[in-house]
Ligand binder design. Structure first.
Ligand SMILES: NC(=O)c1ccc[n+]([C@@H]2O[C@H](COP(=O)([O-])OP(=O)(O)OC[C@H]3O[C@@H](n4cnc5c(N)ncnc54)[C@H](OP(=O)(O)O)[C@@H]3O)[C@@H](O)[C@H]2O)c1
Length: 330
């Protein structure tokens, strides 16, 4: 057990990358807040952590799995405000939960009437970050880490497949009506909605960083891309998309993982997230973006990377933040 015990909140730790990072952080003895969408996911997660602890360590820190459904603004606000009121310090906030349902011809909607990918991957995460900044500022070296994706960038190999990410002037978000796509397009694409949400993640990181330095706070804000993570099991990130194209998704997974070896394991991606959380190498006073980049056959390098041109647009970052803040009622 380390001396420097931190309070760490991770969204999306009931599965995949978040779960693997949570196990490693638990092994180091940190206190963990691991919100889950419902009781059964919370029970599953606590069981997984307990199994891991019995196997690897005997630490006895505080590990909680409160209920937080990121598709419900009311749930996110209540959770964050209660945490703020508890006056508990948060050292590290990891905004990692995400979903994709590529292949679906029609949109899915959140409780509040937002397209689900935007609601879960972006809007709810801004809500958490915006409300919890005072809890982070109690820490000596606080960090916010946001899990984005290389597909946010139309110039990367992943970003080139299918419709590219494009937010334009956020005409959809700015309209007073229920919108299909953030750029205002009336052609729904679940794949593009996901890519767009990942541009939003980086814009949010930049805007957070700008606001933090304006307020003279020392919170490190980092976004990162884990690479293509496809486990051998039937679980994993692509389980939702698989429902719409079972054969295509399975063939893609086989080719990417077993033939071309361009995928990453959840364990390794979880380790990278763990490093981002605890290594002093990744504590930055300026916004940074890292990517687990393919550099050769079965070979990757985790390095600082350029973000897409659209993600660099500071005015767009401000507009996204301000409009989202208004929609969240903050
Ligand atoms: N896998 C990849 O290839 C890949 C590539 C680039 C970026 N990413 C990003 O990496 C992050 C983690 O993905 P992963 O690969 O670990 O996928 P995953 O195994 O599907 O994990 C996603 C996590 O998000 C949670 N989540 C989704 N909707 C939620 C909601 N409404 N309320 C609360 N929690 C919710 C899931 O909860 P449940 O367990 O209840 O479903 C799960 O814990 C995501 O942001 C994803 O966009 C993944």
């Amino acid at each position: 057990m380390k001396n420097d015990i931190k309070n760490i909140l991770i969204t999306g730790s009931s599965s995949g990358i978040g779960l693997e990072a949570a196990k490693l952080l638990c092994q180091d003895g940190h206190n963990l807040i691991l919100p889950c969408r419902n009781e059964s996911r919370a029970e599953y997660l606590l069981l997984k952590i307990e199994e891991y602890k019995n196997l690897k360590c005997n630490s006895s820190q505080n590990i909680q799995a409160p209920i937080l459904d990121l598709s419900k603004i009311k749930s996110v606000k209540k959770f964050s405000e209660n945490l703020l009121k508890s006056k508990e310090k948060i050292d590290i906030l990891i905004l990692n939960a995400g979903l994709q349902y590529t292949g679906s011809p029609s949109p899915r909607w959140s409780e509040d009437g937002f397209e689900l990918t935007f609601a879960v991957n972006q809007l709810s995460h801004q809500c958490l970050a915006q409300i919890l900044i005072p809890s982070l500022s109690k820490s000596t070296k606080p960090r916010i880490i946001i899990t984005s994706s290389e597909v946010h960038n139309p110039l990367t190999p992943g970003g080139k497949i299918g419709k590219p990410a494009y937010l334009g002037n956020l005409n959809g978000l700015m309209s007073s009506e229920r919108f299909l796509m953030l750029d205002g397009s009336s052609n729904f694409s679940a794949d593009k909605a996901y890519k767009d949400s990942k541009v939003c993640n980086i814009l949010m990181g930049q805007e957070l960083s700008r606001q933090i330095s304006k307020r003279n706070l020392n919170i490190s804000v980092t976004a990162w891309a884990p690479g293509l993570v496809i486990p051998k099991s039937d679980s994993g990130f692509f389980r939702h998309s698989r429902k719409y194209n079972e054969l295509g998704q399975r063939l893609f997974a086989l080719a990417a993982r077993d033939l071309f070896k361009i995928t990453e394991t959840p364990e390794k991606a979880g380790y990278l997230l763990y490093q981002l959380a605890i290594s002093s190498k990744f504590y930055n006073t300026k916004f940074r973006y890292y990517s687990n980049k393919i550099i050769g056959f079965a070979s990757k390098s985790f390095q600082e990377e350029d973000i897409s041109n659209e993600a660099k647009n500071i005015d767009l970052a401000k507009s996204l933040w301000n409009k989202s803040s208004e929609l969240l009622g903050l």
